[in-house]
Ligand binder design. Structure first.
Ligand SMILES: Nc1ncnc2c1ncn2[C@@H]1O[C@H](COP(=O)(O)OP(=O)(O)OP(=O)(O)O)[C@@H](O)[C@H]1O
Ligand SMILES: [Mg+2]
Length: 452
């Protein structure tokens, strides 16, 4: 006991500094910050969400404004006030919708703008307005969200007011990715088209500067998509995982390949227009919303050939802990258990698809196409001898025929057959075995070896 007087309680958060510090909270881009507002609109049951970006603010140094208006259920004054506070969620840790942290609205807003104004109206009520201003908070003058007061919708509103809804306006935008509204709008179109493709297909109307956002299907399968021309590769892979909170959820993985033979000779501009170069990646979708896109779950190094196949990993929000969702919802950090469940298969698929693209390229260019083997010997009568392993049936080949595979390894047919049968029998999961079998089938088919 020193007898020293107890020190006075200190604030847990020094608001003036926190607001500046949190501006760096790490959205990958302006579109990913805007997505937080779209998430909120969709969680509020909106059928139409309109994003507007323009250089129409009277501050000559920071003229850009960005607004998002929705026709969702709107907010009461109490909810509005809470909504602009950090941590003010009405759905903390719920999994039914998109939001769950109570950070998205204020965090994304201050990451792009010095001021955010919130307008909202519930059915039968007036439009009310409140705001959060970085400078007012940082100078120590304001420590709470002002009480919402009745107001008119501002000129930035992209739509006339409906029965209920919300409008969020970012002004004095000092951190948008680009200076030209047209550039920002173009990027938003593509990004939102991909992130919310499943919502748009379900009938949600999403607009940027009066233009409808067209879905972007990274699998190149959907008819209603900017990107088309792919075809599915193999059956979808389904893995059920136990959720940490009890119960279980399903992860579904789908692969597609792009038409190398038809598209390889397009000029670079056209290939870029179709999103091929640099487009390699795996789209991770939580519920209906894409939360990450990148070189994920695959150990092999990324090569240019990998631009020619695509993959979607879709999971149930109950599995959030396995995917390691962060509060900005734009990145995942897979758990060891999730990796164990899918990495082997996905890596094998990635290698297989890479090999197929490589061979399709060589074939299409007419150079170095894989050699065909001489005609095979008559089929043996004994089923075991035919190599009918694990459902894969291949035509008998001469045991010592040489296969030139990817020009790096010389293996004999029987070596290849032995290796794949062994790998197949050692596979720990049914899905692993299916992958190996698919690999063998595709390899043999590509080499023109007459596998059925
Ligand atoms: N467009 C909107 N329409 C209706 N209510 C909204 C809207 N935007 C925000 N809200 C309300 O404000 C609260 C805070 O929104 P915020 O985005 O900060 O957090 P959240 O969506 O709950 O969680 P997350 O941090 O995961 O986004 C929401 O829980 C919701 O009640
Ligand atoms: Mg939110």
């Amino acid at each position: 006991m020193t007898g020293a007087p107890p020190s006075p309680p200190a604030d847990l958060v020094i608001v003036e500094r926190f607001i500046e510090a949190t501006r760096d909270s790490g959205y990958k881009s302006t579109p990913s910050a805007v997505a937080e507002l779209v998430d909120n609109a969709l969680d509020a049951g909106a059928a139409r969400v309109h994003v507007r970006v323009a250089a129409d603010h009277d501050d000559p140094d920071l003229p850009l404004t960005l607004s998002v208006q929705d026709d969702g259920h709107g907010m009461t004054p109490e909810v509005m006030q809470r909504a602009l506070g950090f941590g003010g969620s009405t759905r903390f840790n719920q999994r039914g919708g998109l939001g769950r942290y109570g950070m998205g609205l204020p965090n994304s807003s201050v990451s792009q703008a010095r001021r955010v104004t919130l307008y909202s109206w519930v059915e039968g009520g007036p439009v009310r307005r409140t705001w959060l201003d970085v400078d007012e908070v940082a100078t120590g003058g304001v420590r709470a969200v002002p009480a919402p007061a009745e107001a008119q919708l501002p000129p930035q509103a992209p739509e006339p007011r409906g029965a209920s809804g919300t409008l969020v306006v970012w002004t004095r935008c000092d951190r948008l990715d680009n200076k030209r509204p047209r550039t920002i709008a173009r990027k938003l179109m593509i990004f939102l088209g991909r992130v919310y493709r499943h919502f748009i297909w379900r009938g949600v109307e999403l607009l940027v500067n009066d233009e409808r956002v067209v879905p972007v299907d990274p699998l190149y399968l959907a008819e209603d998509s900017r990107t088309q021309g792919g075809r599915p590769f193999g059956e979808p892979l389904e893995v059920e995982l136990a959720a940490t909170s009890g119960g279980s959820g399903v992860v579904t993985v789908r692969f597609t390949e792009l038409p190398v033979a038809r598209w390889h000779s397009l000029d670079n501009k056209e290939k870029r227009r179709r999103g091929v170069p640099g487009g390699a990646g795996i789209s991770v979708v939580r519920g209906d919303r894409e939360i990450d896109y990148g070189w994920l779950f695959v150990k092999k190094r990324k090569e240019n050939y990998d631009d020619w196949w695509r993959c979607e990993v879709r999971f149930d929000p109950i599995l959030d802990e396995h995917f390691g969702i962060t509060h900005t919802k734009q990145q995942i950090r897979p758990s060891a258990e999730l990796l164990e469940a899918v990495e082997f298969n996905m890596d094998a698929m990635a290698k297989m698809l890479n090999g197929r693209v490589r061979r399709a390229y060589l074939k299409a260019k007419g150079a170095g196409a894989p050699k065909k083997l001489p005609p095979s010997a008559p089929p043996p009568t004994n089923q075991a001898e035919r190599g009918d392993a694990q459902g894969v049936t291949w035509e008998p080949l001469r045991p010592n025929s040489q296969i030139q595979y990817e020009r790096t390894t010389n293996v004999t047919v029987s070596e290849l057959r032995r290796a794949t049968t062994k790998a197949s029998s050692e596979a720990q999961h049914e899905s692993e075995r299916r992958i190996i079998e698919r690999f063998v089938r595709s390899l043999f088919a590509d080499l023109g070896l007459g596998l059925q």
